[in-house]
Design a protein around this ligand. Structure first.
Ligand SMILES: Cc1cn([C@H]2C[C@H](O)[C@@H](COP(=O)(O)OP(=O)(O)O[C@H]3O[C@H](C)C(=O)[C@H](O)[C@H]3O)O2)c(=O)[nH]c1=O
Length: 183
């Protein structure tokens, strides 16, 4: 029965989904995924792996993608708040290299659908955040690619509050810029 509302943006393929939330005196219920509703919204893929990660304030994970086993991702925040970013790396896309970001939170319950061949990452704005997402291909550890979160040629406007200390993994500190990727 769950109905979803779908928003799009100027990068074709990206979708922001808001599920129907059924609140009552106990709390709330919502369907976080329903094949039929999402298929009707053009998300008609088989999700084969669910992931969850937890991060403290200022953690920035990304910008990641898998090279030969690209994954569509349906991402959401279970607790806390993040700014979530996707960068278009689809070969031949008219928005190649363009980024889009959206605030995802336990509060707004929004989900972000990111098709294959986008780089993906997020920064945690709350004290703590739990991030859960569905993927349409499995993890291939030797197939990881990445982009520098602060690549000036992408120009992501991360909403980093004054004085926020960033925590970025060694691996994520080493990625190069989009100009170093072969298209
Ligand atoms: C991604 C992944 C990781 N792992 C293991 C490998 C490491 O031992 C540990 C942490 O991995 P990593 O540091 O790559 O985790 P994140 O930095 O959160 O990576 C993710 O960050 C951004 C936001 C993404 O969209 C991708 O799903 C993914 O790249 O989990 C697995 O066992 N399976 C997996 O699917």
């Amino acid at each position: 029965m769950g109905k979803i509302t779908v928003e799009t943006c100027d990068i074709e393929g990206l979708k922001i989904i808001t599920p129907t939330v059924f609140g009552d005196e106990r709390g709330y219920f919502m369907e976080t995924y329903n094949y039929n509703d999402y298929k009707a919204a053009g998300i008609d893929m088989e999700f084969v792996q669910d992931n969850q990660s937890a991060s403290k304030k200022g953690v920035l994970r990304g910008l990641h993608f898998q090279i030969n086993y690209p994954q569509d991702k349906l991402v959401r925040v279970v607790s806390g708040e993040v700014f979530d970013v996707a960068v278009d790396l689809r070969p031949g896309s008219k928005t190649y290299g363009k980024w889009f970001g959206v605030l995802l939170s336990a509060e707004n319950k929004k989900q972000f659908f990111i098709p294959k061949n986008f780089a993906h990452g997020f920064i945690v704005l709350s004290d703590y955040a739990e991030f859960a997402y569905k993927c349409t291909d499995f993890y291939h550890p030797n197939d990881e690619g990445g982009l520098a979160w602060n690549d000036p040629d992408i120009g992501v406007e991360w909403p980093i509050p004054e004085g926020m200390e960033l925590t970025i993994s060694e691996k994520d500190q080493k990625w190069g810029g989009i100009k170093e990727l072969k298209k």
